[in-house]
Design a protein around this ligand. Sequence first.
Ligand SMILES: [Zn+2]
Length: 276
Amino acid sequence: MPELPEVETVRRTLNQLIVGKTIDSVTVSLPRIIQRPDDIDAFAMELAGHTVIGVERRGKFLRILLDGLVLVSHLRMEGRYGVYQQHEEVEKHTHVIFHFNDGTELRYKDVRQFGTMHLFNAGEELVSKPLLKLGLEPLDPAFTVAAFRDAVGKRMTKIKAVLLNQAYVVGIGNIYVDEALFRAGIHPETIAKTLTAAQLTVLHEAIVVTLQDAVDAGGSSIKSYVNGQGEMGMFQHQLKIYGRKSEPCATCGTLIEKSVVGGRGTHYCPKCQPLL
Ligand SMILES: [Zn+2]
């Protein structure tokens, strides 16, 4: 599943590709992608005639801003956007097509069909599901050490599970949580409440640096993930712990272990990240 850096990369790419374009019509061939409104004809009719004015992100959700409307889109496992000319062949698994009045199209393709789209009047999206009750945005200036400590420091569950919970901090998934905990030298099964103030400060920094480095590299290409323009992210080459089971730790040479924490495959160095 794309995490914050991958979604941010898609956001930036779409910002370059679709801002200023006006939707002529919309074709939906898999209705369940459209979660709001209930009726796909209403979805298409509402969007017609609207112009894209920007693409923003909240956690792992894209917010496609139009004049007066906001389309909230979650790529889930394998959702992808691409911009095409009308005459180009429509690939298999393309479920939604936004036809622009300049002869180009924004196409949404999703092999696994788990992606979602919600359409709102501008502003409504921030006080409605699915964006309602999302946690701190880790690359936002408001993500201070104090805010992070307040959000996670009292939790009686394993820190990995806490960080994956989008109600506390958004955008971190299985890859970047393992990377951030490794960078911070914290075992994934440590109960959040037992972390010291110093550890929480180090972890806060590790989350920000890990995500920012990944954003700078255009995200990671794990499995078949590519960004909105079809380019592969490069951060997978910088992953230090994720996917490296039985390889020597880059810091100490101990073999990296893999276990299951909160139902998720979890990579850690038993020496650099001791369970205290
Ligand atoms: Zn190590």
